[in-house]
Design a protein around this ligand. Structure first.
Ligand code: NDP
Length: 293
């Protein structure tokens, strides 16, 4: 029997709707409009699309949206000055610096210059530490979106075996922390993992965050497992155009899994929805208001 398709697009729309309603209440009851600033350096086409989508969706939920598009050659000093100004701008509650940064810039330094309370990407070292120790933090958007879909599908995740393939700071590691926080038994696999197929086969939950098109076939998946495909890979089509695929070979995996997220339409839309939710949370915290649920 084919797997249930987890509709990230529809889920994300419901999250945005809820955020929009909460923003409207904040505006009405407290005269507060949550503000998100996105900083983009250079003209990478994929990043341009992400930033445009983020700005559009931010405005659609009634938030204040600011975009800073800077040349690729921007100096570290100038970027840090901008971040400092945004840190001190009371109209801005969330700051996102679009990664990857040009090579002449030190990403760690730049990210750690963001006020942790405004770090809606959750990459600041303080937020990483808070998440790792189970304290209230800003949670990275992509893993948060994955967790929301998993909780929605499973209810409790307690005791399930989860394998996260990929150990990046932005997806793999925070994903593993979140699953551990929900009492999964967590394995983190990476490029040096021995016998990856058998590691994946032991998982009730597979999170694929590798960046290699369709590398995980259905034959690796335990029957009935839940598969969350974070990968976004562009591959050529026969007609010379391209299409997006995940890190999981969808057509074979859908025959074995119990539930699976598609690419596109799975994790991607949830990431931006969670960015909006984090910005709302940051605004509430900054103003001493109860956090949105
Ligand atoms: P990174 O390149 O930072 O990390 C990739 C990870 O995959 C590394 O830990 C690497 O291992 C591991 N890996 C590489 N090859 C293999 C292999 N053959 N077997 C097992 N593990 C392997 O990528 P990101 O975490 O930034 O992103 C992963 C994917 O998710 C990409 O496709 C990206 O586009 C997508 N993405 C999607 C988002 C969304 O909103 N849907 C948001 C962010 C990312 P090692 O550490 O040993 O090198």
């Amino acid at each position: 029997m084919a797997a249930e398709i987890i509709d990230g697009k529809a889920f994300a729309a419901s999250v945005r709707e809820k955020v929009g309603a909460q923003v409207a209440t904040l505006v009405q009851d407290h005269g507060l409009t949550p503000g998100l600033a996105v900083v983009l350096l250079g003209d990478d086409p994929a990043s341009q699309v992400y930033v445009r989508n983020k700005g559009k969706q931010t405005r659609e939920v009634g938030m204040h949206s600011v975009e800073h598009r800077l040349p690729e050659s921007t100096s570290e000093e100038d970027l840090l000055k901008l971040i400092d100004a945004l840190n001190n701008d009371p109209a801005i509650h969330g700051i996102l610096v679009q990664l990857p940064l040009p090579e002449h810039l030190n990403s760690d330094l730049v990210i750690n210059a963001i006020d942790p309370a405004k770090d809606v990407d959750g990459f600041h070292i303080s937020n990483v530490g808070l998440l790792g120790t189970g304290q209230k933090s800003m949670v990275p958007c992509t893993p948060l979106g994955c967790l929301m879909m998993l909780r929605d599908y499973h209810g409790s995740l307690s005791g399930l075996n989860a394998v996260v393939v990929g150990r990046s700071n932005i997806v793999g590691k925070p994903m593993a922390q979140l699953l551990l926080g929900d009492s999964c038994t967590v394995t983190i696999a990476h490029s040096r993992t021995k016998d990856l197929p058998s590691v994946v086969r032991g998982a009730d939950i597979v999170i694929a965050a590798v960046g290699r098109p369709q590398m995980i076939p259905g034959a690796w998946i335990k029957p009935g497992a839940t598969v969350i495909d974070v990968g976004i890979n562009r591959i050529p089509k026969e007609d010379g155009k391209t299409r997006l695929v995940g890190d999981v070979e969808f057509d074979s995996a859908v025959e074995v899994a119990g539930a699976i997220t598609p690419v596109p339409g799975g994790v991607g839309p949830m990431t931006i929805a969670c960015l909006l939710a984090n910005t709302l949370t940051a605004c509430c915290r900054a103003n001493g208001l109860p956090e949105p649920e």
